[in-house]
Design a binder for this molecule. Structure first.
Ligand code: GLA
Ligand code: ZN
Length: 661
């Protein structure tokens, strides 16, 4: 099967007489797939229990006739008005206690029994009806699950969820969350209510009881996941083809490591803005590959501009093509767009699409889409499913994300994704490939495991880290790591709690610097860079100090350390390192491990994927500048031009080569 090249297609928004013309335009440019039925519930079920699939049948028919693969969505991402009127309890209640009304999307209460019943009824009909359509290649459940609900049904379901998690023991909860704080002691289960801004929130909106907050986030993520599983299980009764739902990178609400376990294949929607660094997009792709440790679908991107950002820049010539190959370099097995035909009306009318308002493919963007389509058609299937084999793992953890960002103090400026990105970017710039991993991943696959602000720790995880380092691994972490347990109780006896031993250090105090303040960092009498955000006042025990602060009252304290532990090393950075300090720190790590790195090819990504038949080296100029670099694999053939490559590569703006080794 050729690489899937397509996107969201909403012919129900257009007269039927125009449909064939869409395919007359799109087939010649290589579009071979359409994601349909994403938001059609109101059409499929015009009144409760009365189904009408006649239009969807016709859409399936025309796609079949044109030999187009179908990604069949379940249409449950937006609710019909009869439903939101008849069953107002299906509408979510927000954190201010306001019941929503119909009209938006992705806003059903996940715990509403009426929603669950109606959702199942629709999916049952759909799955039964379309299970034997042979050009369906994937099922797509709902759309971009996100957000939380705070209604009474959710409160009820939360108590049930808690009973299971805490062994039906209310005292256990009182103890785990420290509920004697501000008179929160629960005497009956019904006293437990969702943490809302009109309730359990401090004046800055952050939660009073962090144990409750974390539990509610886990519960809501699980509730939406149950909605996904409910649909998946119905489809599975009738159809064995892969089932996905489109994820959104490092969004905050849902714990995607948990989600990915339930999905046959991960898919995600990539919408960088005009100023998103290529390294940031690369990290998002690596995260989406990482949550399942498998290649993924690029379910959505836009051919050119979006509509929902403050400034919706055009993609520059070849930038969309570059972004498509960047996705593929990091594990994408499909290239899909939102959407195939630009809307005439509604909120997405200024969102670009494969067929633009001009209704012509003979446009700047149309030509680029055609070039990409023809290239993808020639690429070997082996490439789409190839592996990314990396020697560095970076831990990403939604529980740390929630706990750190919902925390009151020591700073309001901690941005979890940015903390992870600081490390990612430093490695990316050195052309060091990274796997985004979870705390459950096998660390022994990696020469280096980086755990940015790994706030939540346990004795099991500590043992795992210690044995990894003991046996020669290299563990890297930084401020706000190892502080608390799963219910956000701080480990006593000095920071960083249970990690003291492996890191060979401890500290009692962490300074928080205002916005524009930085501390100079010194090693061997020279400034190596600056530290900002937080400054741990580190006292090494067995660790060797690598640098210390300067110009403050704690200027003799260590800021970066390295601890020899068993056969390996544990590194620690007690402050947010600027680029130069990060360079110094990373170099110290690389001095210890043999990993190839190359800082010279600025703005050029070099990523290798290893297939069954060959290795593929992506060389991607992510910039709008001409670049001249030495070829990482001279004499190999570039699959995009079929040309043998020379020692030196002259790259045009946003140029891409795929070298077959
Ligand atoms: C999301 C949605 C799509 C569309 C795009 C627009 O990713 O899934 O339905 O609204 O955004 O960028
Ligand atoms: Zn609810």
């Amino acid at each position: 099967m050729a690489i899937l090249y397509g996107g969201d297609y909403n012919p129900e928004q257009w007269p039927e007489s125009t449909w064939q013309n869409d395919w007359d335009l799109m087939k010649p440019i290589g579009i071979n797939s359409a994601t349909i039925n994403v938001f059609s519930w109101a059409l499929l079920e015009p009144e409760e229990g009365k189904f009408d699939f006649s239009q969807l049948d016709k859409i399936v028919e025309i796609l079949k006739k044109n030999h187009i693969q179908i990604v069949m969505a379940t249409a449950t991402g937006a609710l019909p008005f009869w439903m939101t009127n008849k069953y107002p309890q299906i509408n979510r209640v927000d954190t201010y206690g306001r019941r929503q009304i119909g009209g938006k999307r992705e806003n059903a209460c996940p715990n509403s029994p009426e929603f669950q019943r109606l959702d199942k009824e629709l999916v049952e009909q759909l799955a039964k009806r379309y299970a034997n359509v042979d050009n369906i290649s994937y099922w797509h459940v709902s759309n971009e699950y996100n957000g939380y609900c705070y209604c009474d049904n959710c409160a009820k379901a939360f108590r049930k969820w808690l009973k299971k998690e805490y062994h039906d023991d209310l005292e256990r909860i009182n103890h785990a969350w420290g509920t004697n704080f501000w008179s929160h002691t629960y005497h009956s289960w019904n006293e437990i209510i969702p943490p809302m801004k009109i309730g359990d929130a401090f004046n800055n909106g952050k939660p009073v009881l962090s144990g409750l907050d974390l539990a509610y986030r886990r519960f809501q993520s699980d509730s939406l996941l149950n909605n996904f599983k409910m649909e998946r299980d119905i489809i599975r009764k009738y159809d064995s083809r892969p089932i996905t739902t489109n994820l959104m990178g490092s969004q905050k609400d849902l714990d995607y490591f948990k989600w990915a376990k339930e999905m046959d294949v991960v898919s995600w929607d990539n919408y960088p803005s005009f100023d998103t660094p290529a390294s940031y997009t690369a990290m998002q792709h690596d995260l989406m590959r990482g949550v399942k440790d498998k290649s993924f679908m690029l379910m959505e991107q836009t051919p050119s501009q979006q509509n929902w950002q403050p400034f919706n820049s055009l993609k520059q010539p070849n930038q969309m093509r570059m972004l498509s190959y960047q996705a593929m370099a990091h594990g994408a097995e499909t290239i899909q767009f939102f959407q195939l035909k630009q809307a005439r009306n509604g909120s997405e009318k200024f969102h670009s699409a494969v067929i633009s308002h001009s209704l012509s493919m003979d446009t700047r963007v149309g030509k680029e889409l055609k070039q990409l389509g023809h290239e993808l058609a020639k690429l070997p299937e082996d490439l789409a499913k190839a592996q990314n084999n990396n020697q560095v793992g970076i831990i990403f953890d939604w529980n740390d994300y929630w706990a750190l960002e919902d925390c009151i103090g020591p700073t309001k400026n901690l941005d979890y994704v940015q903390e992870v990105f600081n490390f990612y970017r430093a490695l990316y710039e050195r052309k060091i490939g990274v796997d985004m991993i979870s705390k459950d991943s096998d660390f022994t696959k990696y020469k280096v495991v980086v755990a940015p602000s790994m706030y939540i720790n346990s004795s099991d995880l500590t043992k795992k880290i210690e044995s990894y380092v003991q046996n020669g691994g290299n563990f890297v972490t930084n401020y706000m790591s190892g502080i608390a347990d799963r219910d956000d109780n701080v480990y006593l006896g000095g920071y960083p709690g249970l990690l003291k031993h492996v890191l060979g250090l401890k500290f009692d105090e962490t300074d928080a610097l205002p916005f524009d303040h930085q501390n100079k960092l010194i090693a061997d009498g020279t400034i190596v860079g600056k530290g900002s955000l937080l400054c741990d006042l580190i006292q090494p025990t067995t660790a060797q100090p690598l640098a210390h602060y300067s110009g403050t009252f704690y200027d003799e304290k260590a800021v970066m350390t390295k601890n020899h532990f068993g056969q390996g090393y544990a590194f620690y950075a007690g402050s947010r390192l600027d680029e130069s300090a990060m360079n110094f720190f990373i170099q110290k790590i690389l001095d210890q491990v043999s990993i190839e790195s190359d800082l010279s090819k600025c703005d050029v990504e070099i990523v290798e994927r290893i297939g069954q038949q060959a290795s593929y080296i992506f060389v991607i100029n992510t910039s709008s500048q001409f670049k001249k670099i030495s070829n990482p694999s001279p004499e190999t053939i570039d699959l995009l031009t079929d040309q043998k490559t020379q020692k030196t590569l002259n790259l045009k703006p946003f140029d891409v080569l795929i070298l077959k080794k």
